[in-house]
Design a protein around this ligand. Structure first.
Ligand SMILES: *Cc1c(COP(=O)(O)O)cnc(C)c1O
Length: 412
Protein backbone atom coordinates (compact mmCIF):
# COMPACT_ATOMS: atom_id res chain seq x y z
CA UNK A 1 0.00 0.00 0.00
CA UNK A 2 1.19 3.50 -0.68
CA UNK A 3 1.04 6.51 1.60
CA UNK A 4 -2.05 7.94 -0.09
CA UNK A 5 -3.99 4.78 0.81
CA UNK A 6 -3.67 5.81 4.44
CA UNK A 7 -3.88 9.55 3.95
CA UNK A 8 -6.35 10.66 1.32
CA UNK A 9 -5.31 14.36 1.24
CA UNK A 10 -3.69 15.39 -2.02
CA UNK A 11 -0.52 16.77 -0.50
CA UNK A 12 1.29 16.81 2.79
CA UNK A 13 4.30 18.85 3.83
CA UNK A 14 6.09 20.28 6.85
CA UNK A 15 3.62 21.86 9.25
CA UNK A 16 4.25 25.58 9.64
CA UNK A 17 1.79 27.13 12.07
CA UNK A 18 0.93 30.81 11.57
CA UNK A 19 2.22 33.28 14.16
CA UNK A 20 -0.92 33.93 16.22
CA UNK A 21 -1.44 36.15 19.23
CA UNK A 22 -3.16 34.04 21.86
CA UNK A 23 -5.54 36.07 24.00
CA UNK A 24 -7.97 33.34 24.94
CA UNK A 25 -8.33 31.17 28.06
CA UNK A 26 -5.11 29.27 27.27
CA UNK A 27 -2.80 28.28 25.80
CA UNK A 28 -1.16 31.69 25.84
CA UNK A 29 1.84 32.77 23.79
CA UNK A 30 5.10 30.97 24.44
CA UNK A 31 8.10 33.24 24.99
CA UNK A 32 10.76 32.88 22.22
CA UNK A 33 13.37 32.05 24.86
CA UNK A 34 11.20 29.14 25.99
CA UNK A 35 10.69 27.93 22.42
CA UNK A 36 14.40 27.97 21.74
CA UNK A 37 15.12 26.12 25.01
CA UNK A 38 12.80 23.39 23.76
CA UNK A 39 14.82 23.02 20.54
CA UNK A 40 18.04 22.07 22.38
CA UNK A 41 19.47 18.54 22.09
CA UNK A 42 17.43 15.76 23.64
CA UNK A 43 19.07 14.12 26.64
CA UNK A 44 18.37 10.80 28.28
CA UNK A 45 16.00 11.22 31.20
CA UNK A 46 18.59 9.66 33.54
CA UNK A 47 21.57 11.65 32.21
CA UNK A 48 23.31 13.35 35.17
CA UNK A 49 23.23 16.70 33.33
CA UNK A 50 19.49 16.30 32.94
CA UNK A 51 18.88 15.23 36.53
CA UNK A 52 20.82 18.31 37.73
CA UNK A 53 18.42 20.40 35.64
CA UNK A 54 15.50 18.59 37.29
CA UNK A 55 16.72 19.72 40.71
CA UNK A 56 16.85 23.34 39.52
CA UNK A 57 13.40 22.93 38.05
CA UNK A 58 12.01 21.71 41.36
CA UNK A 59 13.56 24.71 43.17
CA UNK A 60 12.12 27.10 40.60
CA UNK A 61 8.72 25.51 41.09
CA UNK A 62 8.98 25.83 44.87
CA UNK A 63 9.69 29.52 44.40
CA UNK A 64 6.76 29.95 41.99
CA UNK A 65 4.37 28.14 44.32
CA UNK A 66 5.98 29.73 47.41
CA UNK A 67 6.41 26.39 49.13
CA UNK A 68 9.13 24.37 50.79
CA UNK A 69 7.31 21.10 49.94
CA UNK A 70 9.84 18.41 48.99
CA UNK A 71 7.23 16.74 46.78
CA UNK A 72 7.10 19.47 44.13
CA UNK A 73 7.58 18.55 40.48
CA UNK A 74 6.03 18.88 37.01
CA UNK A 75 3.73 15.98 36.17
CA UNK A 76 4.00 14.71 32.59
CA UNK A 77 0.74 15.80 31.03
CA UNK A 78 -1.60 18.79 30.84
CA UNK A 79 -3.30 20.45 33.81
CA UNK A 80 -5.95 17.72 33.80
CA UNK A 81 -3.25 15.20 34.73
CA UNK A 82 -2.25 17.30 37.74
CA UNK A 83 -5.91 17.42 38.76
CA UNK A 84 -6.30 13.68 38.42
CA UNK A 85 -3.01 13.05 40.24
CA UNK A 86 -4.32 14.85 43.32
CA UNK A 87 -7.60 12.96 43.38
CA UNK A 88 -6.36 9.43 42.59
CA UNK A 89 -3.70 9.64 45.26
CA UNK A 90 -5.70 11.32 48.00
CA UNK A 91 -9.20 9.89 47.60
CA UNK A 92 -9.71 6.27 48.70
CA UNK A 93 -12.98 4.44 48.02
CA UNK A 94 -15.72 5.70 50.34
CA UNK A 95 -13.95 8.99 51.23
CA UNK A 96 -16.17 12.04 51.44
CA UNK A 97 -14.93 15.05 49.50
CA UNK A 98 -16.52 18.50 49.41
CA UNK A 99 -16.15 19.98 45.94
CA UNK A 100 -16.88 23.65 45.33
CA UNK A 101 -18.29 24.36 41.90
CA UNK A 102 -18.48 27.85 40.38
CA UNK A 103 -17.59 26.99 36.78
CA UNK A 104 -16.44 24.25 34.43
CA UNK A 105 -13.48 22.97 36.38
CA UNK A 106 -15.38 22.25 39.61
CA UNK A 107 -17.54 19.82 37.63
CA UNK A 108 -14.45 17.95 36.53
CA UNK A 109 -13.33 17.63 40.15
CA UNK A 110 -16.68 16.03 41.02
CA UNK A 111 -16.19 13.55 38.19
CA UNK A 112 -12.69 12.76 39.53
CA UNK A 113 -13.97 12.11 43.07
CA UNK A 114 -16.66 9.77 41.79
CA UNK A 115 -14.28 7.84 39.55
CA UNK A 116 -12.02 7.27 42.58
CA UNK A 117 -14.97 5.73 44.41
CA UNK A 118 -15.32 8.75 46.66
CA UNK A 119 -18.51 10.53 47.70
CA UNK A 120 -18.71 14.08 46.36
CA UNK A 121 -20.63 16.67 48.36
CA UNK A 122 -21.15 19.61 46.01
CA UNK A 123 -21.13 23.22 47.17
CA UNK A 124 -22.62 25.18 44.28
CA UNK A 125 -22.02 28.83 43.59
CA UNK A 126 -23.25 30.96 40.73
CA UNK A 127 -20.98 30.93 37.69
CA UNK A 128 -19.08 34.21 37.73
CA UNK A 129 -19.00 34.38 41.52
CA UNK A 130 -16.21 33.22 43.81
CA UNK A 131 -16.63 30.25 46.15
CA UNK A 132 -18.57 31.44 49.20
CA UNK A 133 -16.58 30.62 52.39
CA UNK A 134 -19.78 30.52 54.47
CA UNK A 135 -21.24 27.79 52.25
CA UNK A 136 -18.06 25.74 52.70
CA UNK A 137 -18.22 26.21 56.48
CA UNK A 138 -21.87 25.08 56.49
CA UNK A 139 -21.12 22.03 54.34
CA UNK A 140 -18.28 21.04 56.68
CA UNK A 141 -20.58 21.33 59.70
CA UNK A 142 -23.21 19.20 57.99
CA UNK A 143 -20.63 16.62 56.90
CA UNK A 144 -18.24 16.10 59.82
CA UNK A 145 -16.87 12.92 58.17
CA UNK A 146 -15.40 14.93 55.26
CA UNK A 147 -11.76 14.15 54.44
CA UNK A 148 -10.92 16.67 51.71
CA UNK A 149 -12.20 19.97 50.33
CA UNK A 150 -11.40 20.85 46.71
CA UNK A 151 -11.84 24.15 44.91
CA UNK A 152 -10.56 26.16 41.96
CA UNK A 153 -8.51 29.24 42.85
CA UNK A 154 -8.88 30.99 39.47
CA UNK A 155 -11.92 29.79 37.48
CA UNK A 156 -10.94 30.20 33.84
CA UNK A 157 -14.45 29.56 32.53
CA UNK A 158 -15.71 32.78 34.16
CA UNK A 159 -12.70 34.81 35.33
CA UNK A 160 -13.53 34.69 39.07
CA UNK A 161 -10.88 34.50 41.79
CA UNK A 162 -11.73 32.72 45.04
CA UNK A 163 -10.18 33.57 48.39
CA UNK A 164 -7.92 30.53 48.78
CA UNK A 165 -6.42 31.74 52.07
CA UNK A 166 -9.76 32.07 53.85
CA UNK A 167 -11.09 28.82 52.38
CA UNK A 168 -8.01 26.88 53.52
CA UNK A 169 -8.29 28.35 57.04
CA UNK A 170 -11.88 27.12 57.33
CA UNK A 171 -11.04 23.69 55.95
CA UNK A 172 -8.15 23.21 58.38
CA UNK A 173 -10.28 24.22 61.35
CA UNK A 174 -12.35 21.17 60.43
CA UNK A 175 -9.23 19.03 60.14
CA UNK A 176 -9.57 18.29 56.44
CA UNK A 177 -7.08 18.47 53.59
CA UNK A 178 -7.32 20.88 50.64
CA UNK A 179 -6.87 20.31 46.92
CA UNK A 180 -6.54 23.60 45.05
CA UNK A 181 -6.59 24.12 41.27
CA UNK A 182 -4.13 26.91 40.44
CA UNK A 183 -3.84 26.23 36.71
CA UNK A 184 -4.67 29.82 35.80
CA UNK A 185 -3.43 31.58 38.94
CA UNK A 186 0.21 30.38 39.03
CA UNK A 187 2.38 33.25 37.80
CA UNK A 188 -0.59 35.58 37.24
CA UNK A 189 -2.15 36.18 40.67
CA UNK A 190 -0.77 36.04 44.21
CA UNK A 191 -0.46 32.41 45.32
CA UNK A 192 1.26 31.37 48.54
CA UNK A 193 1.03 27.63 49.05
CA UNK A 194 2.80 27.44 52.44
CA UNK A 195 1.46 30.63 53.94
CA UNK A 196 -2.10 29.62 53.00
CA UNK A 197 -1.44 26.00 54.05
CA UNK A 198 -2.61 24.40 50.82
CA UNK A 199 -2.08 20.63 51.05
CA UNK A 200 -2.19 19.63 47.39
CA UNK A 201 -1.92 22.00 44.46
CA UNK A 202 -1.71 21.56 40.70
CA UNK A 203 -1.19 23.93 37.81
CA UNK A 204 -0.49 23.99 34.07
CA UNK A 205 2.39 25.14 31.90
CA UNK A 206 0.31 26.95 29.27
CA UNK A 207 -1.55 29.70 31.13
CA UNK A 208 0.52 32.33 32.98
CA UNK A 209 3.96 30.72 32.61
CA UNK A 210 4.63 31.60 28.93
CA UNK A 211 5.28 27.93 28.21
CA UNK A 212 3.61 25.47 25.80
CA UNK A 213 0.90 23.08 27.03
CA UNK A 214 1.76 19.60 28.22
CA UNK A 215 3.15 19.84 31.76
CA UNK A 216 1.41 20.15 35.09
CA UNK A 217 3.37 21.45 38.08
CA UNK A 218 2.16 19.81 41.31
CA UNK A 219 3.11 20.15 44.97
CA UNK A 220 2.12 18.04 47.98
CA UNK A 221 2.60 18.70 51.68
CA UNK A 222 4.24 16.10 53.92
CA UNK A 223 0.78 15.35 55.33
CA UNK A 224 -0.37 14.31 51.87
CA UNK A 225 2.76 12.24 51.24
CA UNK A 226 2.12 10.40 54.55
CA UNK A 227 -1.51 9.84 53.63
CA UNK A 228 -0.55 8.33 50.28
CA UNK A 229 2.18 6.13 51.80
CA UNK A 230 -0.31 4.75 54.31
CA UNK A 231 -3.17 4.06 51.93
CA UNK A 232 -4.91 0.71 52.50
CA UNK A 233 -6.11 0.46 48.91
CA UNK A 234 -3.49 0.84 46.17
CA UNK A 235 -3.73 4.00 44.05
CA UNK A 236 -5.86 2.88 41.10
CA UNK A 237 -3.58 4.57 38.53
CA UNK A 238 -0.13 3.08 38.10
CA UNK A 239 1.09 6.10 36.10
CA UNK A 240 0.03 8.67 38.70
CA UNK A 241 0.89 6.80 41.90
CA UNK A 242 2.99 9.25 43.92
CA UNK A 243 4.71 6.39 45.74
CA UNK A 244 6.19 5.28 42.41
CA UNK A 245 6.82 8.76 41.03
CA UNK A 246 8.87 9.56 44.14
CA UNK A 247 11.39 7.02 42.85
CA UNK A 248 12.10 9.11 39.76
CA UNK A 249 11.66 12.68 41.02
CA UNK A 250 13.22 11.79 44.40
CA UNK A 251 16.82 10.87 45.22
CA UNK A 252 16.95 7.37 43.74
CA UNK A 253 16.21 8.34 40.10
CA UNK A 254 14.78 5.00 39.12
CA UNK A 255 13.04 4.70 35.79
CA UNK A 256 9.30 5.24 35.99
CA UNK A 257 8.33 6.69 32.61
CA UNK A 258 10.43 8.55 30.05
CA UNK A 259 10.24 12.17 31.17
CA UNK A 260 9.46 14.60 28.31
CA UNK A 261 12.97 16.04 28.45
CA UNK A 262 12.63 18.86 25.90
CA UNK A 263 9.31 19.97 27.35
CA UNK A 264 11.01 20.14 30.74
CA UNK A 265 13.78 22.38 29.34
CA UNK A 266 10.99 24.70 28.24
CA UNK A 267 9.41 24.80 31.69
CA UNK A 268 12.82 25.35 33.27
CA UNK A 269 13.39 28.37 31.04
CA UNK A 270 9.88 29.73 31.62
CA UNK A 271 10.23 29.45 35.40
CA UNK A 272 13.73 30.90 35.26
CA UNK A 273 12.26 33.90 33.44
CA UNK A 274 9.56 34.22 36.09
CA UNK A 275 12.29 34.16 38.73
CA UNK A 276 14.28 36.83 36.86
CA UNK A 277 11.19 39.01 36.56
CA UNK A 278 10.15 38.35 40.15
CA UNK A 279 6.77 36.94 41.16
CA UNK A 280 5.45 40.24 42.54
CA UNK A 281 6.45 41.99 39.34
CA UNK A 282 4.66 39.39 37.24
CA UNK A 283 1.50 39.79 39.34
CA UNK A 284 1.70 43.58 38.97
CA UNK A 285 2.24 43.30 35.21
CA UNK A 286 -0.88 41.15 34.83
CA UNK A 287 -2.86 43.65 36.90
CA UNK A 288 -1.68 46.66 34.93
CA UNK A 289 -2.48 45.15 31.54
CA UNK A 290 -5.88 44.08 32.82
CA UNK A 291 -6.64 47.64 33.93
CA UNK A 292 -5.69 49.02 30.53
CA UNK A 293 -7.76 46.43 28.64
CA UNK A 294 -10.71 47.07 30.96
CA UNK A 295 -10.54 50.83 30.38
CA UNK A 296 -10.55 50.24 26.64
CA UNK A 297 -13.35 47.69 26.65
CA UNK A 298 -15.54 49.94 28.78
CA UNK A 299 -15.51 52.60 26.05
CA UNK A 300 -17.67 50.15 24.04
CA UNK A 301 -20.15 49.98 26.91
CA UNK A 302 -19.13 46.38 27.68
CA UNK A 303 -19.92 44.94 31.10
CA UNK A 304 -17.77 42.45 32.96
CA UNK A 305 -19.27 39.15 34.09
CA UNK A 306 -17.44 39.16 37.43
CA UNK A 307 -17.74 41.81 40.14
CA UNK A 308 -14.65 44.02 40.21
CA UNK A 309 -13.11 42.77 43.47
CA UNK A 310 -13.13 39.10 42.36
CA UNK A 311 -11.90 39.70 38.82
CA UNK A 312 -8.91 37.80 37.49
CA UNK A 313 -6.50 40.13 35.69
CA UNK A 314 -5.44 37.28 33.40
CA UNK A 315 -8.95 36.29 32.30
CA UNK A 316 -11.41 39.03 31.37
CA UNK A 317 -14.97 37.85 30.75
CA UNK A 318 -17.19 40.51 29.23
CA UNK A 319 -20.70 40.44 27.80
CA UNK A 320 -20.78 40.76 24.03
CA UNK A 321 -22.02 44.29 23.26
CA UNK A 322 -25.31 44.67 21.42
CA UNK A 323 -25.23 45.19 17.68
CA UNK A 324 -22.36 42.84 16.86
CA UNK A 325 -22.21 39.23 15.72
CA UNK A 326 -20.27 37.36 18.42
CA UNK A 327 -18.86 34.56 16.23
CA UNK A 328 -18.10 36.83 13.30
CA UNK A 329 -16.04 39.16 15.50
CA UNK A 330 -13.90 36.25 16.68
CA UNK A 331 -13.56 34.95 13.13
CA UNK A 332 -12.39 38.32 11.83
CA UNK A 333 -9.95 38.88 14.68
CA UNK A 334 -8.34 35.56 13.83
CA UNK A 335 -8.42 35.93 10.06
CA UNK A 336 -7.36 39.57 9.83
CA UNK A 337 -5.29 40.10 12.97
CA UNK A 338 -4.08 36.59 13.84
CA UNK A 339 -5.64 37.31 17.19
CA UNK A 340 -7.39 34.57 19.14
CA UNK A 341 -9.87 35.41 21.89
CA UNK A 342 -12.06 32.97 23.84
CA UNK A 343 -15.77 32.26 23.57
CA UNK A 344 -18.14 31.66 26.47
CA UNK A 345 -18.77 28.17 27.85
CA UNK A 346 -21.98 26.52 29.04
CA UNK A 347 -24.75 29.02 29.72
CA UNK A 348 -22.45 31.81 28.58
CA UNK A 349 -21.85 30.40 25.08
CA UNK A 350 -22.62 33.15 22.57
CA UNK A 351 -23.06 35.68 25.39
CA UNK A 352 -19.55 36.48 26.56
CA UNK A 353 -16.00 36.74 25.30
CA UNK A 354 -13.02 35.73 27.36
CA UNK A 355 -9.95 37.89 26.84
CA UNK A 356 -6.88 36.19 28.24
CA UNK A 357 -3.85 38.22 29.27
CA UNK A 358 -1.70 35.40 30.53
CA UNK A 359 2.07 35.10 30.80
CA UNK A 360 3.90 36.32 27.71
CA UNK A 361 0.53 37.32 26.21
CA UNK A 362 0.07 39.85 29.02
CA UNK A 363 1.79 42.80 27.39
CA UNK A 364 1.08 46.32 26.21
CA UNK A 365 1.32 45.54 22.48
CA UNK A 366 -1.42 42.93 22.78
CA UNK A 367 -3.78 45.16 24.72
CA UNK A 368 -3.39 47.99 22.20
CA UNK A 369 -3.69 45.74 19.15
CA UNK A 370 -6.77 44.02 20.53
CA UNK A 371 -8.58 47.30 21.21
CA UNK A 372 -7.59 48.64 17.82
CA UNK A 373 -8.84 45.48 16.10
CA UNK A 374 -12.14 45.51 17.99
CA UNK A 375 -12.77 49.13 17.04
CA UNK A 376 -12.22 48.36 13.38
CA UNK A 377 -14.35 45.23 13.36
CA UNK A 378 -17.16 46.87 15.36
CA UNK A 379 -17.14 49.95 13.12
CA UNK A 380 -17.23 47.76 10.00
CA UNK A 381 -20.27 45.98 11.46
CA UNK A 382 -22.04 49.29 11.77
CA UNK A 383 -21.73 49.71 15.54
CA UNK A 384 -21.44 53.34 16.56
CA UNK A 385 -18.13 53.84 18.26
CA UNK A 386 -15.61 56.62 18.53
CA UNK A 387 -12.49 55.54 16.65
CA UNK A 388 -9.43 55.72 18.89
CA UNK A 389 -11.31 56.10 22.17
CA UNK A 390 -10.54 52.60 23.44
CA UNK A 391 -6.83 52.93 22.76
CA UNK A 392 -6.77 56.36 24.34
CA UNK A 393 -8.41 54.99 27.48
CA UNK A 394 -5.89 52.15 27.71
CA UNK A 395 -3.05 54.52 26.95
CA UNK A 396 -4.20 56.75 29.81
CA UNK A 397 -3.96 53.81 32.22
CA UNK A 398 -0.43 53.02 31.14
CA UNK A 399 0.61 56.65 31.25
CA UNK A 400 -0.66 57.09 34.80
CA UNK A 401 0.42 53.76 36.36
CA UNK A 402 4.13 53.12 35.96
CA UNK A 403 5.39 49.60 36.44
CA UNK A 404 8.89 49.28 37.84
CA UNK A 405 11.23 48.46 34.99
CA UNK A 406 11.62 44.77 34.26
CA UNK A 407 15.21 43.76 35.04
CA UNK A 408 17.21 44.09 31.80
CA UNK A 409 18.28 40.45 31.63
CA UNK A 410 14.68 39.23 31.24
CA UNK A 411 14.44 40.69 27.77
CA UNK A 412 17.73 39.17 26.55
C1 LIG B 1 -6.94 25.02 31.69
C2 LIG B 1 -7.44 24.59 33.02
C3 LIG B 1 -7.42 23.25 33.44
C4 LIG B 1 -7.04 22.11 32.54
O1 LIG B 1 -5.78 22.20 32.03
P1 LIG B 1 -5.41 21.37 30.70
O2 LIG B 1 -3.98 21.70 30.50
O3 LIG B 1 -6.33 21.87 29.63
O4 LIG B 1 -5.64 19.93 30.99
C5 LIG B 1 -7.84 22.97 34.73
N1 LIG B 1 -8.27 23.94 35.56
C6 LIG B 1 -8.31 25.22 35.19
C7 LIG B 1 -8.79 26.26 36.16
C8 LIG B 1 -7.90 25.59 33.91
O5 LIG B 1 -7.95 26.87 33.53
Amino acid sequence: MTFTDFYPAKKISTFRPPQRILMGPGPSDTHPRVLSAMARPTLGHLDPVFTDMMEELKSLLRYSFQTANQMTFPASGPGSVGMEMCFVNMVSPGDKVIVCRNGVFGSRMIENVQRCGGVAVVVDNQWGEPVDPQKVEDALKQNPDTKIVAFVHAETSTGALSDAKTLCEIVHRHNCLTIVDTVTSLGGSPLKVDEWKIDAVYSGSQKCLSCPPGLSPVSFSDRVVELVKNRKVKVQSWFMDLNLLLGYWGATRTYHHTAPTNALYALHEALFMLYEEGLEHAWARHQRNHKALKAGLETFGTKFLVEEKYRLPQLNSVYVPTGVDEKEVRRRLLAEYNLEIGAGLGDFAGKIWRFGLMGYSSKIENVMLCLNALETVFANMGKKIEIGAAEAAAHRVYATSPLNAVPAKTTA
